[in-house]
Design a protein around this ligand. Structure first.
Ligand code: BGC
Length: 765
């Protein structure tokens, strides 16, 4: 077979051309400014720039919160702060640096702005289910406008960790299991945050995290070991970080896990060879919270040793741990590190400040007039409502139970039906749960006087007080009612008895997902399962609204429910957004970005798996095939799945039989809305390489489009196939495509393929 592969260095190389002549004038000006400043800095002041502190008041995700922050700022020992919110406080802190420190170097002000700032949007996993790149970019743009109006210039987002294990609580913060989609979202978020001009006072610097492979923590247990082949890394886990960097992300955050046995925060291959040399990353690298110090627990030595390891590996900024501040001077004296390394790190941080315009005006993000105009403005709330609706995924809709009619009596039941505390989801540290719209309020807003809404709580989120205590670390997310569970259920049944339809809002508390929120059993807690069982027995239509930060195992619920709507944690406008979908003001268009397993034993279950040599054929389980005795291979709800109130027909596929190596192929088909509602369909293009040098997945997403069609309307949809779409990393980590046959699958989900074809890639043009 002709070798059409190239060493990865030629494709992932971007940064090896810094000839003097090619440096743009603006960069040359920045370099001169930073060099001038650095020539006046003492060693201590340079190391000070590498120190990132949090004075508390935010969310401390590690054991420590910084002390003596004001003194340290005055002494030039701090490069940036996070967890300080609001123009007034930020101005005060900046003023310390500007008026008290010798060189008046401004501070960076960062924060975990993950899914909106004060206007909280749906959790990222939910946002990803919209498959709407423009909306996702817009959400980041709005978050940047709000956060910068409150004094911030740096956000710890996007989180682009690919994850195939829903036991891991942090799947809520990412975009699911797919590399292609995840990469598109990563780039869209960076564009949204950083805008056209980083120095504008309404844009912020993005921080891509967590570099790298954090989403592959073994057994889904947070902070656990990751270990995988280079091919898997290059092919599936690394591209979203690369996409964010190609989109211009100004900073990168290390991850807590190890990569090839070396914690990411000390991994030179990762941060220097790959990130900077191969990918050409020009920004700065910050550690995750105390990640340097944690390398002592990983078993890599004392604080001085691990701090030196991190600097040697390519870390520029130390988050909270102060290992750099306290040990780098001795390490330099003992020749464990070089002055050049300190200079490089310091330069990158000063460059970030320069790009943000902080040297020109340290108070650039401290405009007192902006916050009152921008924060929680009507346009942002409207966006939260639209995004909340677009994140919803309709999992089941028997007898067209949805959309609901705005008439008769609705029994609204469940521990999340009239609950404010859990609407925002995890990592909404600047959002105010009290401002969130509960589902009941949204439903009442929607029906007005035309339908009667009866409410009963029906169950606690969980009856287990020990579990509740673990979940309630940031406030009461699970409150256990004084009444016995039987009484709560009886009240619910009484309400259900008076209604025409039951809407049960069930699921997880917001902090049952997120950081350090792994679960080994990802089913609905028993209290809520029992409630659904009891409600189903009434024989009335049972609409299950599911709130969760991860795919749950829903086999039983799927049998009990007439309809099921997955709403994730919808954010500030939760109730209004969910009501928009329930009553058909918005026709659901979300598609899952993570497979929903049938049971925990199937995990990891993901759509782009390999075929194996003994694939299970369609039909009954066979001996000596790759399968289980007790469960099917496929998930309950697959990647790309989601129903609509309307139906779509796919036909008329047109493609060529052959494709020259350097040619592009236009592929087209007709999509028709065959139902009664206007609706959007996410059409998905999957490919399978039938003749490769390594085993390739049974299908891989290579493109998608979200198309709006009126009832009866048809559109011709086009995709372009080129060599890039057919390429992969071979065993030598070279990127290329093999001549030979490819299968094309176009569908409404990864398991609902509507059109199939194949073509041959020729070795020549
Ligand atoms: C998390 C990061 C976060 C950081 C700062 C860490 O524990 O892993 O995602 O950005 O804390 O709050």
């Amino acid at each position: 077979m002709k070798n059409l592969f190239f060493p990865v260095l030629t494709t992932w190389i971007v940064g090896l051309l810094p000839l003097q002549a090619q440096i743009p004038a603006a960069t040359a000006k920045m370099n001169a400014f930073v060099s001038g400043l650095m020539s006046r800095m003492t060693l201590e002041e340079k190391i000070g720039q590498l120190n990132l502190l949090t004075p508390g008041g935010g969310v401390a995700t590690g054991a420590v919160v910084s002390s003596d922050v004001e003194t340290k700022i005055s002494k030039g020992q701090v490069g940036g702060l996070f967890g300080v919110i609001g123009v007034e406080k930020i101005r005060k802190a900046q003023n310390l640096a500007i008026s008290k420190s010798r060189l008046k170097i401004p501070l960076l002000f960062g924060s975990d702005v993950i899914h909106g700032y004060k206007t909280t949007f749906p959790i990222p996993l939910g946002l990803s289910c919209s498959w709407d790149m423009a909306m996702i970019e817009h959400s980041a743009r709005l978050a940047a406008i709000e956060a910068s109006a409150d004094g911030l210039c740096w956000v710890y987002s996007p989180m682009v960790d690919i994850a195939r294990d829903p036991r891991w609580g942090r799947v809520a913060e990412g975009s699911g299991e797919d590399t292609y989609l995840g990469s598109k979202i990563a780039a869209a978020m960076v564009r949204g945050y950083q805008g056209e001009q980083l120095s504008a006072n309404n844009t912020v610097m993005a921080c891509v995290k967590h570099f790298a492979l954090y989403g592959a923590a073994e057994a889904g247990r947070d902070y656990n070991t990751t270990d995988m082949s280079r091919i898997r890394m290059y092919e599936y886990y690394l591209p979203p970080y690369k996409a964010a960097i190609d989109a211009g992300a100004g900073s990168v955050m290390t991850s807590f896990n190890e990569v090839d046995g070396i914690p990411a925060t000390a991994n030179k291959w990762l941060m220097t060879d790959l990130l900077r040399q191969q990918w050409g990353f020009k920004g700065f690298v910050v550690t995750d919270y105390t990640a340097i110090n944690e390398m002592m627990a990983h078993g890599l030595g004392n604080l001085q040793t691990v701090s030196a390891l991190a600097l040697n590996a390519g870390v520029d900024m130390d988050m909270v741990g102060e290992g750099f501040l306290t040990t780098l001077p001795s390490s330099l004296q003992q020749h464990k590190i070089t002055l050049r390394q300190i200079d490089d790190a310091c330069r990158r941080i000063l460059e970030a400040k320069y790009k943000l315009g902080l040297f020109e005006d340290p108070y650039r993000y401290c405009d007192d007039t902006r916050a009152s105009r921008e924060i929680l403005s009507a346009d942002k709330k409207q966006a939260a409502r639209e995004l909340g609706a677009r994140a919803c995924v309709l999992l089941k809709n028997n007898q067209q139970a949805l959309p609901l009619k705005k008439s008769g009596t609705i029994a609204l039941i469940g521990p999340l039906a009239n609950n404010r505390h859990n609407m925002l989801g995890t990592w909404a540290i600047s959002g105010d749960p009290q401002a969130a719209v509960p589902i009941m309020e949204g439903i009442k807003n929607a029906v007005g006087n035309s339908a009667k809404v009866l409410y009963a709580r029906g169950a606690n989120i969980s009856d287990d007080s020990v579990f509740a205590k673990k979940v309630n670390v940031f406030g009461e997310r699970i409150d256990i009612a004084p009444e016995p569970a039987e009484q709560l259920r009886a009240e619910a049944l009484e309400v259900a008895g008076k209604a025409d339809v039951i809407v049960a809002v069930v699921g997880e508390a917001s902090e049952m997902t997120g950081e350090a929120a792994s679960r080994s059993d990802i089913g609905l807690p028993g209290s809520q399962q029992q409630l659904l069982q009891a409600l189903a027995k009434t024989g009335k239509p049972l609409i299950v609204v599911l709130m969760s930060g991860r795919p749950l195992t829903l086999t039983t619920e799927n049998e009990l429910a007439t309809a099921m709507l997955q709403v994730w944690f919808p954010g500030l406008e939760a109730g209004n957004a969910v009501a928009d979908v329930l009553f058909g003001n918005y026709n659901p268009s979300g598609k899952l970005t993570m497979s929903f397993p049938r049971n925990v034993g199937q995990i990891p279950v993901y759509y782009n798996h390999k075929n194996t040599g003994r694939p299970q054929p369609d039909g009954p389980t066979e001996k000596f095939r790759s399968n289980y005795l007790d469960v099917a291979n496929d998930p309950l709800f697959p990647f790309g799945y989601g129903l609509s109130y309307t139906t779509f027909k796919y036909d008329n596929l047109k493609l060529q039989a052959t494709l020259g190596l350097n040619e592009k192929m236009d592929l087209s088909f007709t999509l028709t809305n065959t139902g009664n509602y206007a609706g959007e369909e996410v059409v998905q293009l999957y490919l399978r390489d039938m003749e490769a040098t390594i085993a390739r997945p049974v299908k891989e997403l290579k493109d998608f489009k979200k198309v709006l069609l009126q009832p009866g309307e048809s559109k011709t949809i086009h995709f372009t196939i080129d060599r890039e779409k057919l390429s992969y990393f071979n065993s030598n980590l070279q990127w290329g495509a093999d001549p030979g046959m490819f299968d094309i699958m176009i569908g409404s989900s990864s398991a609902d393929i509507r059109l199939k074809g194949s073509f041959e890639l020729k070795a020549k043009s």
